[in-house]
Design a protein around this ligand. Structure first.
Ligand code: SIN
Length: 297
């Protein structure tokens, strides 16, 4: 346990990421305490503050202390809730049980997310986060070089909106720490642009498996009323779908900015466009996205 500048207790939860912060009352934060939480978030990537029990309105107010908020672009929540709040109820299929970074199908994906767990089972339904800094840093040098020259197509297919797409670097810079992080995820990343469809499938499978290793991750067991903040620029997360009964979370997300990679694009998109064939279907989505991205001449 470490004492923070504000006199809070900070308990790191794993070597890779995650810390519990005991002491703050998140509805009554002074400006320098918000600064301190931001600092702790940069250090630990995901922080947990138990026993907060937020109203939806207080949740939105808390979120706004970290930046402008955006509602979920595709999934609707309870109409009674403020529009900035996105709610997931297990009883309605709202269980985020695939590894993801929030909203990476957008051209400026959310910077951070602030979640309040309203209801959870007595055990089960833990959430895991992975440090995509650590996952990048522990790749071999040739693999880092390869990944740094690549970009990937992300889409909102999981939300039945496959036309919402964005291309981001496979290795991104964190604008505040300047550290590099892998930036592909199981839920939203479809294709590495500069690799053939077959190569992309193999490399993506490898990278996604690599990122999800226990040594890069932390697993958190919930109690109702806990507030959690994570940095979407250097983490991904998933819920363990191993529970029965209800589990309700509410989340706000802080509006994002453009994602910058390490190098300019080094390679061209790997589209097999010389001659159409049965295999061309594997390139169709990328082809259409790139075509729509081109400024018309
Ligand atoms: C989410 O993916 O935003 C929700 C995580 C959770 O339900 O623990």
């Amino acid at each position: 346990m470490i004492d923070s500048e504000s006199g809070w207790k900070v308990r790191p939860l794993s070597p890779a990421l995650g810390a519990e912060v005991i002491g703050p009352k998140v509805t009554r934060l002074k400006d320098d305490e918000v600064k301190e939480l931001k600092k702790l978030l940069l250090e630990h990537l995901v922080i947990f503050m138990p026993d907060q029990f937020l109203s939806p309105e207080a949740h939105v107010e808390l979120g706004k202390r970290f930046g402008p908020l955006e509602g979920h672009p595709n999934l609707s929540s309870d109409a009674e809730l403020p529009q900035e709040i996105f709610e997931l109820k297990a009883s309605k299929g709202g269980i985020a049980d695939e590894w993801h970074t929030d909203l990476t199908f957008r051209s400026s994906p959310a910077i951070m997310s602030i979640m309040h767990i309203v209801e959870c089972p007595e055990f089960g339904g833990d959430t895991l986060w992975s440090s995509t800094y650590a996952a990048y840093e522990q790749l071999s040098s040739p693999m880092k070089d390869l990944c740094e020259g690549l970009t990937a197509l992300h889409d909102a297919h999981p939300h039945n909106q496959p036309d919402q797409m964005a291309i981001h670097p496979v290795v991104r810079f964190h604008p505040e720490t300047q550290r590099r992080a892998l930036y592909v995820n199981q839920h939203f990343t479809r294709r590495i642009v500069e690799l053939s469809a077959e190569e992309s499938e193999a490399i993506l499978k490898y990278l996604l498996g690599w990122i999800s290793q226990p040594k890069f991750s932390v697993r958190y067991r919930w109690r109702p009323g806990t507030v959690c903040i994570w940095d979407n620029r250097c983490t991904q997360h998933m819920v363990l779908n191993d529970f029965s009964g209800e589990r309700i979370i509410q989340r706000v997300t802080v509006t994002g900015d453009k994602v910058f990679g390490v190098d300019g694009k080094k390679y061209k998109p790997a589209l097999n466009s010389d001659r159409l064939s049965a295999q061309s279907r594997h390139d169709r989505q990328l082809f259409m996205h790139l075509k729509n991205e081109q400024p018309s001449s």
